[in-house]
Ligand binder design. Structure first.
Ligand SMILES: *Cc1c(COP(=O)(O)O)cnc(C)c1O
Length: 354
């Protein structure tokens, strides 16, 4: 296999998943493992399943189709497009919804296919991405959904810390639980699921706080990178290096830190500025912006820093490293969540899953 590549350590991922599944269990919370960041790659999804997730969840139906052979309920996370209603009913057992018109389209398709499609209705607690914002409207729509054939309302949910950066707490999640109880009372039903958000809700469990009633979290970043995302803290007993990018060094030279000549624009139309640090050991790696966003790379060697890059080159400073890098050596990077997304999505980055 060539370079650049992303190395995926399934043992580390399975370990992270087990760790979060155990944590959830203490609080009666089931984990939906979110696979979108690795494009629903089935081998990695299998590590999620082996680690004990109760559901697989993805924002794209294309990715859920890759997961169709797993015998575990699948959730479509992004609100369905009406134009894909047929596929949604075919490949997702559950979808998150916030438009009655869309749910009606799902109902039609479900009836056609003689299936029951399950719905989690989304309520917006203030983060201002998806979900009903008005409580009265929410109760009314829940009533309408209950009348639809081929549709089962199995729960409600919310999404936080995605657009508005709103942090989940006892107050806003408590309100979600309260809304669920109101629906149960008003329509004399039992809601099976109250889905209390993503990896940003974990900080509550990690501090030992329970939100009575919340019984599902949809986790991506915490399983993949061992991070809670409300405050960006590392989670104990998890790995943050299950995904690493490896690139090959194609030039090593001593050069000045400031370019020679009149400074115009760089390859992306920006006028660059430089700090004079004298002569430095500069290294080029064969990876660039066409592969992934370079600011999502974190050199594993702390003595190496990223100076910049262009579409096909990454420029590194290796002066302060204790390793004597040579042409042909490989250099490793940890990744931010965006980096995992970029590396897994890019057709130029090879996938080395083991
Ligand atoms: C992506 C996504 C998640 C997972 O978020 P993480 O921060 O990666 O845990 C959960 N719910 C929805 C609706 C999402 O789109």
């Amino acid at each position: 296999m060539g370079y650049p590549k992303v190395e995926v350590d399934l043992n580390k991922i399975r370990h992270n998943v087990k760790s979060m599944v155990e944590l959830g269990k203490k609080y009666g919370i089931k984990i939906a493992g979110v696979t979108k960041v690795f494009c629903g790659h089935p081998e990695i999804a299998k590590a999620f399943v082996d680690g004990g997730v109760s559901y697989l969840a993805d924002s794209r139906i294309e990715n859920l189709i890759k997961l169709k052979d797993f015998d575990i309920p699948k959730i479509l996370l992004r609100l369905p497009m009406i134009s894909e209603a047929d596929k949604v009913v075919e490949y997702a057992d559950i979808s998150l919804n916030s438009e009655l018109e869309t749910i009606k389209a799902l109902s039609e398709k479900a009836v056609e296919k003689n299936k029951v499609h399950k719905i989690i209705l989304m309520f917006d607690l203030g983060d201002l991405r998806e979900g009903y914002y008005d409580e009265e409207e929410f109760y009314e729509v829940a009533g309408e959904v209950l009348k639809l054939e081929g549709i089962q309302l199995i729960g409600i949910g919310t999404n936080l810390t995605c657009y508005g950066g709103v942090i989940p707490n006892e107050e806003n999640l408590g309100r979600l639980v309260n809304i669920a109880r109101n629906i149960e009372e008003k329509y004399n039903i039992k809601l099976e699921i109250i889905s209390g958000g993503n990896s940003s809700s974990l900080h509550l469990l990690l501090k030992g706080k329970t939100i009575e009633g919340i019984n599902m979290l949809r986790l991506g970043e915490s399983l993949v990178l061992g991070l809670e995302t409300a405050y960006g803290n590392r989670i104990e007993n998890t790995y943050n290096d299950a995904f690493q990018v490896v690139a090959e060094i194609i030039e090593v030279k001593e050069k000045p830190s400031v370019p020679t000549g009149e400074i115009g624009r760089d390859a992306f139309g920006k006028v660059p500025t430089f700090v004079d640090k004298g002569i430095r050991k500069r290294m080029l790696a064969a990876i660039g912006k066409q592969d992934l966003q370079l600011d999502t790379l974190i050199p594993v060697d702390e003595g190496v820093s990223i100076l910049g890059g262009s579409s096909d080159h990454l420029i590194l400073d290796g002066t302060d490293s204790s390793i004597n890098y040579k042409v042909g050596d490989k250099i490793r990077f940890n990744l931010s969540y965006g980096g995992v997304l970029g590396a897994m999505t890019s057709e130029y980055v090879k996938k080395d899953i083991k």
